[in-house]
Design a protein. Structure first.
Length: 283
């Protein structure tokens, strides 16, 4: 079944990113494993629960939710990207996650079954809504009264050294524009007060906001991290417009920065990050 996609700008952006995410699925999941544990802990998924996973990507959190819900429960992952939904279905089949299913869709307008979900979660997937009040209102409509919401979103740029390191390394002398908190993208939930107001407007109550200060794992060592990070969409975007010499110099700075962040002794390349964990209830 084809469902409507109204967030056209983000759908187009993720179409360009999806192959990299699908190829490096395990790397992306490993990079934010502590954050994932915090999210699932806050969601408190119980055996038999019905879970909706918003912006599920390649389905890691959906499959984890399905395992927590057990055979009597279900987990539905929804994402804008057809390619990532394809990968999510493939991984679920490989892992035998029979109670996890996936649909390509836009959470802002997706026709969820009304009033059924016990829990709605999102690991860095709810930051991209073009109309966040409409999107969260639609998600609330999918939830039963008393249903629980748990979502993660990055805090502002300055509090995320892992992103600052990438930007500073690849700036090549340019003054880069700072992203605006609240705009669709990585920092769509960075303004915690604004995000709280959005959830209130969408009908949620009992809203709590908690800082999640966990490192991001970028690779096993400096070279491994460089191979991964230099292929990220953000890195490719920063390199766009540089001449070959500028690009080579910028990449050399990035490699050096990642080597400097290698903790050694098998710990890997870890850089600090800051996220918000929002929890709320549908009344």
């Amino acid at each position: 079944m084809t469902h409507p996609l109204v967030n056209a700008e983000q759908a187009a952006a993720w179409a360009g990113e999806a192959d990299h995410w699908a190829r490096h699925d395990d790397r992306y999941n490993a990079s934010v494993r502590p954050q994932t544990q915090r999210l699932l802990g806050a969601a408190a998924i119980a055996v038999g629960d019905r879970v909706v996973d918003i912006g599920c990507g390649c389905g890691d959190t959906t499959r984890r939710a399905a395992r927590l819900a057990g055979p009597g429960g279900t987990a539905l992952g929804v994402d804008l990207s057809a390619r990532m939904i394809e990968r999510a279905r493939q991984r679920s089949a490989e892992e035998g996650a029979a109670n996890a299913r996936f649909e390509q869709g836009d959470a802002q307008v997706h026709p969820f079954e009304a009033g059924r979900a016990d829990v709605a979660i999102s690991r860095f997937g709810a930051m991209f809504f073009a109309e966040p009040v409409a999107a969260f209102t639609n998600v609330a409509g999918a939830m039963r009264p008393g249903g629980r919401l748990a979502i993660l979103g990055w805090q502002e740029l300055a509090r995320n050294p892992w992103i600052v390191t990438l930007r500073d390394s690849l700036a090549a002398g340019r003054v880069l524009a700072s992203p605006s908190p609240g705009q669709p993208g990585m920092f769509g939930l960075a303004d915690a007060a604004r995000a709280r107001a959005v959830l209130v407007a969408a009908g949620f109550v009992g809203i709590e906001v908690e800082a999640v200060m966990e490192p991001v794992l970028l690779g096993a060592d400096g070279d491994d991290a460089f191979g991964f990070v230099s292929g990220l969409g953000h890195a490719r975007g920063l390199l766009h417009g540089l001449d070959p010499r500028q690009a080579a110099d910028a990449l050399a700075r990035l490699r050096a920065a990642l080597h400097a962040a290698d903790l050694g002794a098998g710990a890997g390349v870890l850089l600090g990050s800051a996220a918000w964990l929002f929890t709320a209830t549908r009344p």
